[in-house]
Design a protein around this ligand. Structure first.
Ligand code: NAD
Length: 356
């Protein structure tokens, strides 16, 4: 098969880590007989410098014509003083909105080789951790009606949380489908004891669950979920939740793993189109020094193989190659510990590609 991938390396360490992810993808192509065509495009700060806008039309057009998008990272101090709509982050938001990416998948995986990096005690975290947070990305309070008005106690400001049946149904289906391929449990997180939008959320998720009798569903209030994540994270498999609750819980879950350079993400649209990116930023402090950990971006490519291309064996091959490199003791600076072998960005990429 031939696949077309729009590659947006972006700023800071973005170009370094995407280069290694593409190296791994090319090796997957050779090994499994696929052809990947990459179109490299400007986005973020580098696009502002070259064209005056963080998301040039040419970039968006190419993304829309592609099967998937691979993004490095956007932003950095050079562009921090620009007004909001001219900043690199505006490019990222524009991209998400224009591409209709409504489902954000954030795995929080603690590799057993790196369990010392966790902020939780070994008896709480156990050998390893593997949670998938599925966050609704284009609805809810971040997109609801907002404004200011005169109130009894002076000016008031408001933001509106609202969800439709269709919006909840499509994100719930994504969560159940994913749970089916994992250990078969979905925890739906809401605040149904207080919010009407959460009561609708709960009703719709319960209804969708009828189509997935092989998946266990539990409902949890968001305040309890925040506590349970640090009390006993191993009880979770797939968490599905709203845009705002997901924003907070996905960061909480990923920080439990302690290694920002290891965590991938996917944002999916209807059909199989998706945007894949590491959760970390452009790390200007280490950019251009061959110090960045490319594994989060490499694991984002594994997610691309799984969710857009439906190539499960190829996705597993990438994940296994990463496990193997860690088992052999290779580490970039951010995950280094005594007795391990320190390698740079390029060597880490070559090692993973070598094990495909
Ligand atoms: P950051 O994630 O870039 O860096 C935080 C810390 O983690 C730094 O010490 C950095 O060196 C380290 N780090 C991050 N990724 C690493 C990797 N792969 N390997 C080794 N170390 C790594 O967050 P920040 O410093 O808050 O943000 C820097 C810039 O990135 C800002 O301009 C911010 O707006 C932008 N940003 C972009 C995205 C994105 O493109 N999706 C996400 C977050 C932040």
């Amino acid at each position: 098969m031939e696949y077309r991938i729009a590659v947006l390396p972006g700023d800071g360490i973005g170009p370094e880590v995407t280069e290694q992810a593409l190296l791994v993808l090319e090796q997957v192509g050779r090994r499994f007989g696929h052809s990947f065509r990459f179109g490299k495009l400007l986005a973020g700060g580098c696009a502002i410098d070259a064209t005056g806008t963080p998301l040039p039309k040419e970039t968006l057009d190419e993304c829309m014509k592609s099967d998937a998008v691979l993004l490095g990272a956007m932003g950095g101090p050079k562009w921090d003083s620009l007004p909001g709509d001219k900043r690199p982050e505006a490019g990222l938001l524009g991209l998400r909105g224009s591409l209709g990416l409504f489902a954000n998948l954030r795995p929080a995986i603690l590799n057993k080789e790196l369990r010392d990096a966790s902020t939780l005690r070994p008896d709480v975290i156990g050998e390893s951790m593997d949670i998938m947070v599925v966050r609704e990305l284009t609805g809810g309070i971040y997109f609801g009606e907002r404004g200011r008005r005169a109130g009894k106690m002076g000016q008031e400001a408001y933001d509106t949380e609202s969800y439709s049946v269709g919006e909840v149904e499509r994100i719930a289906r994504i969560a159940f489908e994913i749970a089916r391929k994992r250990s078969g449990k979905v925890t739906s997180v809401d605040k149904a004891n207080v919010l009407e939008s959460s009561r609708l959320w709960r009703e719709v998720v319960t209804e969708v669950a009828r189509d997935y009798p092989d998946v266990a569903l539990e409902h949890m209030y968001v305040d309890n979920a925040a506590m349970q994540l640090v009390r006993n994270p191993k009880q979770f498999d797939v968490i599905v939740t709203t845009n705002m609750f997901g924003d907070i819980l996905s960061d909480e879950a990923s920080m439990i793993t302690g290694s920002i350079g290891m965590l991938p993400s996917a944002s999916l649209a209807e059909g199989r189109f998706g945007l894949y990116e590491p959760i970390h930023g452009s790390a200007p402090d280490i950019a251009g020094q061959d110090k960045a950990n490319p594994l989060a971006t490499i694991l984002s490519v594994a997610m691309m193989l799984r969710y857009t291309m439906q190539l499960e064996d190829e996705a597993r091959a990438v994940e296994k190659a990463v496990d193997r490199v860690l088992e052999e003791g290779y580490r970039t600076g951010d995950i280094m510990s005594p007795g391990k072998k320190l390698v740079g960005t390029r060597e880490m990429g070559m090692l993973v590609a070598g094990y495909i």
